[in-house]
Design a protein around this ligand. Structure first.
Ligand code: ARG
Length: 402
């Protein structure tokens, strides 16, 4: 590892473009830019690579990681029904560990001892970056130009203009946005007043659910917890997520407006839209209701909550997260079958399910004549099952009369 090189997580935007020269000046080190495409949309990777070089990077690495993101990060989130605070499908939280695996690799390949990211000192992402980096390479050093080297927005604009960097400095987006294949997160000054409703221009992945097109019926097929086909057509994980983003997005599904607990202790207001993620997780949960044994399902719901908190808090590579992954993976053995959903007006509603390995037994469940459930067993069961509460109730009655 060379002490003289830094790998910068590069987005192609103003702040990280300025950071290339800024880090060089502040630390005396050479900068290697690393841009990872997880479905942010926007510019071509080659354009981003060239800009990094034009802004003074000694080298630039770009990677299309959309399939890797879908398979290695979104699929585990489906299997774990990953929702932070029961709602947020972990959009940004899932992308950081992937970006970090690339940063660690680039640092190794280019002989750099330090990695830099463009996060502020107030959010979760700084934690996710640095914890993911040091979990993979305990020797690596981390810096944040914004947090540690005083690179404010005004400084960035001035620097870009003075150095004539090939980057727009005038176009100021009122929103702070992070988006990828799994969804979109939006924060703004205007939305920091919790009573202000989101304006229409906040949304990009979803149409207004108040004016939906005709209902859309979709059949999602799962194999061991993994969605493998839509309407009988097999597709890659990435294609399924993208197609569900399109179809559920057209119905306004997956919009969230929430106040969330950040790791650093701040409560923040965030708008999310994750149409594909929300629809796929609802489908997966419904298939689990049919295929998981009751106690396994109950315990899994606790595991899911902890799993989501760990992922939200930057512990993707932690030992506990690894152990929970093993549980989740084992639980998916029979999560195979089809879920039929109606997508309409902001909701994804399951109206049919089938599985050759489900635990639903028609003959046990039916109220028609000829069911196979021996109802005489229930009497004794209830007597014993309710006994301890019955004893407590009897004591309560006796003592309250004294
Ligand atoms: N609050 C979300 C999270 O911690 C999203 C943060 C992404 N940044 C943004 N500019 N909206 O996962």
């Amino acid at each position: 590892m060379s002490k003289d090189r830094v790998v910068l997580a590069y987005s192609g935007g103003l702040d990280t473009s300025v950071a290339i020269g800024w880090i060089g000046e502040q630390t005396g080190k050479e900068v290697i830019a690393c841009a990872v495409d997880v479905g942010q949309g926007g510019e071509d990777l080659e354009v981003i690579r060239q800009r990094a070089l034009d802004c003074g990077a000694v080298d630039a690495y770009v990677a299309d990681a959309k399939d890797e993101f879908a398979e290695e990060y979104c699929l585990p989130a489906i299997k774990a029904n990953g929702l932070y605070m029961d709602q947020y499908p972990l959009v940004s939280a899932l992308s950081r560990p992937l970006i970090c695996t690339h940063l660690v690799k680039v640092a190794k390949d280019f002989g750099a001892d330090t990695v830099a990211h463009g996060c502020t000192g107030k959010g979760n992402d700084q934690v996710r970056f640095e914890v993911s980096l040091t979990s993979q390479n305990p020797e690596i050093k981390c810096i944040s130009p914004v947090r540690d080297l005083a690179l404010t927005r005004d400084v960035a604009i001035k620097y870009a203009e003075e150095h004539e960097l090939p980057i727009e400095t005038t176009k100021h987006n009122p929103f702070s946005i992070d988006q990828n294949v799994w969804g979109r997160a939006v924060e703004t000054g205007y939305l920091e007043d919790l009573w202000n409703p989101p304006t229409k221009d906040v949304y990009v992945y979803t149409d207004d659910p108040a004016y939906p097109p005709i209902p859309d019926q979709v059949v999602i097929s799962f194999k061991q917890g993994v969605p493998v086909a839509l309407d009988g057509q097999e597709m890659s994980s990435l294609q399924i997520i993208q197609e569900m983003n399109r179809r559920a997005g057209a119905q306004g599904i997956g919009r969230l407006d929430m106040v969330e607990d950040r790791l650093v202790g701040i409560k923040s207001r965030e708008i999310y839209e994750a149409p594909g993620a929300v629809a796929l997780i609802i489908a997966h949960q419904n298939l689990e209701n049919l295929t998981l044994e009751r106690e396994q399902g109950r315990f899994k719901r606790q595991v899911e909550q902890r799993w989501s908190e760990l992922v939200y808090e930057g512990q993707w590579y932690s030992p506990l997260k690894g152990s929970l992954d093993a549980f989740v993976e084992d639980s998916q053995k029979y999560v195979t079958g089809d879920i039929r959903m109606i997508l309409h007006g902001g909701r994804a509603v399951v109206d049919g399910r089938r599985s050759t390995v489900g635990l639903y037994d028609f003959n046990l469940a039916t109220y028609d004549s000829g069911d196979s459930f021996d109802q005489s067993l229930s009497r004794g069961f209830i007597g014993i099952y309710g006994l301890s509460t019955q004893l407590a109730a009897a004591r309560e009655q006796k003592e309250s009369k004294k």
